[in-house]
Design a protein around this ligand. Structure first.
Ligand SMILES: Nc1ncnc2c1ncn2[C@@H]1O[C@H](COP(=O)(O)OP(=O)(O)OP(=O)(O)O)[C@@H](O)[C@H]1O
Ligand SMILES: [Mg+2]
Length: 359
């Protein structure tokens, strides 16, 4: 069930995130991919927080409605978790076969996982090996967090088939969609997904996640500052920040000091967070410098964020990830469609959907 690999059977990708549930189902279309179902169910603040579903009834109902409204008949789903529910460690062990490692992984893991080993699901992937040693990616995920998501899925009549991490979905999305020619390219890519409460950072080199980190940081920090500074409720703060009207069509203009007092400092914080990860990565990987930074998640929609980050990081080209340009979509992603403007927020959901189909 906890799979770093593929199931080779279509699954619906479900990204349970703090702003809402993102749903995607894909099929191959020639050499590309086609989105056959997709949708977004917004959730009230706090329904999902800290990687946990806090209000199971609300989320389960929203999920049922989302699947029904989009006429999704596939029941098998892939879902992911992130943040403090997950520990990823790259460890070096004496070389043994995969089967042998399956038998000993729990004992090996006890040394590296700061949780009670009984309380986590464990998985591993052998990254590379010599006759003496091998690098192993060890992943532990808290059982209670997984169980929490499973109850919601089962409550909505769905069958959980694949559990993944946001970070690996982003890696998978990079390999299959952003740069399917990665094997021939010399690119060392950082895929960075800046959402509402978590920022995922994964560096992919030669098809392998060389570095992974979740920062508990996102637009929530900016939105809280906006609420405080201008005495607004959560909904109005979001309208001000995105420049988009709320459901009633009301617009909240950005005050003249918004850019200098709130937005620029927030962009500075994003840079600081990313620099922390990339400096840490560089220190251990001088032979594999990051060449390209791919930016996804809702915060990548902040105007000017890509040139800002490019000016901060020397020698790294910063590109926006636009999933709906990279895969075939229908009217839903066009102007007037329900997912217009959502594209970079769907990288994890599509990465999850690809788990069932891709090599
Ligand atoms: N058009 C836009 N312009 C600027 N910012 C935007 C825009 N649309 C969304 N955002 C920001 O992106 C956030 C949502 O991003 P995203 O969907 O990636 O987060 P999430 O996946 O729900 O969060 P998490 O995974 O951290 O729980 C919104 O809360 C908002 O702050
Ligand atoms: Mg997210």
């Amino acid at each position: 069930m906890f799979s770093l690999g593929q199931s080779f059977k279509p699954v619906v990708g479900l990204d349970f995130s703090s702003s809402g549930i993102k749903m995607a189902e894909v099929r191959p279309a020639g050499k590309k991919w086609k989105l056959i179902h997709s949708g977004f169910a917004p959730l009230p603040p706090g329904a999902i927080a800290e990687s946990q579903v806090k209000d199971k009834e609300v989320v389960s109902q929203a999920l049922k409605d989302l699947m029904k409204a989009n006429k999704v008949s596939t029941k098998d789903v892939a879902f992911s978790v992130n943040g403090s529910a997950v520990i990823i460690k790259k460890i070096q062990l004496a070389t043994v076969s995969e089967l042998e490692l399956e038998d000993t992984i729990v004992t090996e893991a006890e040394e590296y996982i700061p949780f009670d080993i009984e309380e986590v699901h464990l998985d591993f992937q052998i990254l590379n090996s010599t006759p003496e040693n091998m690098d192993v990616l060890l992943v532990a995920c808290k059982k209670d967090v997984v169980q929490n998501h499973m109850e919601v899925l089962q409550g909505a009549g769905l069958v959980p088939k694949i559990l993944d991490l946001d970070l690996f979905c982003l890696g998978n999305f990079y390999l299959n969609v952003i740069n399917p020619n990665w094997a021939k390219s010399q690119e060392n890519a950082a895929i960075i997904n800046i959402g509402a409460s978590v920022t995922n950072v994964v560096v992919m080199c030669n098809g392998i996640p060389e570095f992974t980190r979740d920062h508990l940081f996102g637009s929530r920090h900016l939105l809280e500052d906006i609420q405080r500074a201008y005495d607004l409720n959560a909904e109005d703060a979001l309208c001000l920040q995105t420049g988009l009207p709320n459901e009633a069509g009301k617009e909240i203009p950005q005050p003249p000091d918004y850019d200098s007092e709130l937005l620029q400092p927030f962009l500075g914080q994003i840079h600081q967070q990313l620099a922390q990860s990339l400096d840490f990565y560089s220190a251990g990987h001088q032979d594999k410098p990051v060449t390209t930074l791919y930016l996804a998640g809702g915060c990548s929609l902040i105007p000017g964020i890509a040139p800002f980050l490019e000016s901060q990081f020397n020698e790294i080209s910063v590109k926006l990830v636009d999933p709906f340009q990279l895969i075939e979509t229908g009217k839903e992603s066009q102007p007037g469609g329900p997912l217009f403007g959502f594209s970079p927020r769907f990288a994890v959901a599509i990465g999850l959907a690809l788990r069932g189909m891709s090599q």
